[in-house]
Design a protein around this ligand. Structure first.
Ligand code: HEM
Length: 437
């Protein structure tokens, strides 16, 4: 008998843990109104304030409505802003690899890429960390360099992750260093917010010229704190996630020559060697590329574990009775932990080879809904999904167009892949590779 749901007593409280797709669907969609994010708001507030990622209820609804237009089809299908940053990434890969003779951690480079593209999208100016530039901006109380910002943003996120891991004792994880990092981050972003507010845009007007997220937000609000907080929420949601996805993919491609060769052939057939042939539409058309991305997201969902708290007495469809097939009562205040990492590897949904990396399974026509949730589901589904998939696809195609092989440092065995889970998952020891031109 397989048990997919259970009650777990922790030091602090009684939780329910579930991996059953029916229960996850109930929490995220069918009975969405019975749940909130619990103490996530308090845990993340010092850096993220009131934003789409931290709020529940009406505040969240308002944030979602305000941000939705920024992720329209036209917006996310523009890949012009990606080009220069990905060119810089490829340049770095070439110089660091010395044509397959030297190894470096590609995961660090992917983090630089995503902070550079995210800051360009959000603020209209990139941190340009891939190019080793160190721009400085004057915030309200201090001068901050882009490097300091990137470093302190990472440091603050590490503390936020720890605050989420200790549940209701989050308030014990604090301190001068953490507050100093937050101050540096807030100074950096406030500079761009103030700049946007000097020439705010009128609601209902068409944007001509280059799209900048915080300029667009001035059509919705003139409150600098609201704009700053929402920008941080997007930065948190969009930076490490896409960087980790690219890292896991390169990890697999470096080891699995069969998949690498199939993908290379599919990419060269669809896109040739020209950057101009890569568009939103051609990325969607390249099925094997999408299978590889889907398969990596299945084995390594970047948000592997998540939580919701019941705000009223409610029920889950599965988990009760002697065999776990009856409904389960959920008293108000119960925290429910759901682990899509496990759900996405369950044999009854994914077959006997569920632990294997096999992109071809996506061509077999089986439909997967609530047993495959890398971007979550229901009303809080990831708002940046298309943005992330476009950036990932574009970057991979450019890598494949440029390099004929990726060599992995170390044993060519999957067993070596261990992952870290902070707020999001990443490859624990980095992705040490070398690219062959
Ligand atoms: C591979 C990349 C990505 C993955 C796997 C991913 C996954 C997720 C997941 C699982 C959630 C739900 C979190 C929760 O409810 O607790 C989420 C929410 C969110 N994501 Fe993404 N994400 C990715 C990239 C992005 C990007 C690039 C952006 C923006 C540029 C973004 C913006 C957001 C926002 C704003 C939310 C909150 C939505 C809401 O609560 O209404 N994500 N994402």
């Amino acid at each position: 008998m397989k048990i997919h749901t259970g009650r777990v007593q922790t030091t602090f409280d009684m939780n329910i843990i579930t991996v059953h797709p029916e229960n996850i669907k109930t929490i995220l969609a069918t009975n969405f109104k019975d749940y909130s994010l619990g103490v996530r708001y308090q845990q993340l507030f010092p850096l993220l304030g009131n934003g789409i990622f931290t709020l529940s209820g009406e505040g969240w609804k308002h944030s979602r409505a305000m941000l939705r237009p920024q992720f329209s089809r036209e917006q996310v299908s523009q890949i012009d802003t990606l080009r220069a940053h990905v060119s810089q990434l490829i340049h770095n890969f070439k110089t660091k690899s010395k044509n397959g003779t030297e190894f470096f951690d590609a995961q660090v480079q992917f983090h630089n890429l995503t902070i550079d593209t995210a800051t360009e999208f959000l603020f209209g100016e990139s941190t340009d960390s891939l190019a080793d530039s160190d721009k400085k901006v004057q915030g309200p109380t201090r001068l901050v360099s882009a490097t300091d910002f990137a470093e302190h943003f990472t440091a603050a996120l590490d503390v936020l992750a720890l605050r989420t891991h200790v549940g209701p004792l989050y308030w014990l994880v604090d301190g001068w260093k953490f507050r100093n990092s937050i101050d540096i981050c807030h100074n950096f972003v406030t500079y761009f917010v103030n700049k946007a507010l000097q020439n705010p845009l009128e609601k209902g007007t068409e944007t001509t010229g280059r799209y900048v997220f915080i300029n667009e937000l001035t059509k919705e609000t003139r409150d600098p704190i609201v704009i700053r907080d929402q920008a941080f929420n997007i930065l948190l949601a969009g930076r490490d996630t896409t960087a980790s996805l690219l890292s896991f993919i390169v990890f697999y491609l470096a080891r699995d020559k069969r998949v690498w060769n199939t993908l290379r052939q599919a990419v060269l057939e669809e896109f040739g060697t020209e950057v101009e042939s890569i568009t939103f539409e051609s990325l969607k058309r390249c099925t094997y590329l999408n299978y590889v991305i889907n398969e990596v997201l299945r084995l390594h969902p970047i948000v592997p574990i998540n939580f919701r708290t019941a705000i009223r007495d409610t029920v889950l469809p599965k988990g009760g009775g002697p065999d776990g097939n009856d409904t389960l009562f959920v008293p108000k205040g119960t925290k429910i932990v759901y682990t899509v990492y496990t759900t996405q590897r369950l044999k009854e949904f994914w077959g006997e080879d569920s632990e294997e990396f096999r992109p071809e399974r996506w061509a077999e026509g089986k439909s997967h809904t609530w047993d495959y949730l890398p971007f979550n589901g229901g009303p809080r589904i990831c708002i940046g999904q298309q943005f992330a998939l476009t950036e990932t696809g574009f970057t991979l195609v450019r890598i494949i167009q440029t390099f004929k092989d990726i060599i992995y440092q170390g044993s060519p065995s999957y067993e070596n892949l261990s992952q870290w889970t902070k707020l999001t998952a990443s490859v624990a020891d980095g992705v040490w590779v070398s690219f062959v031109e």
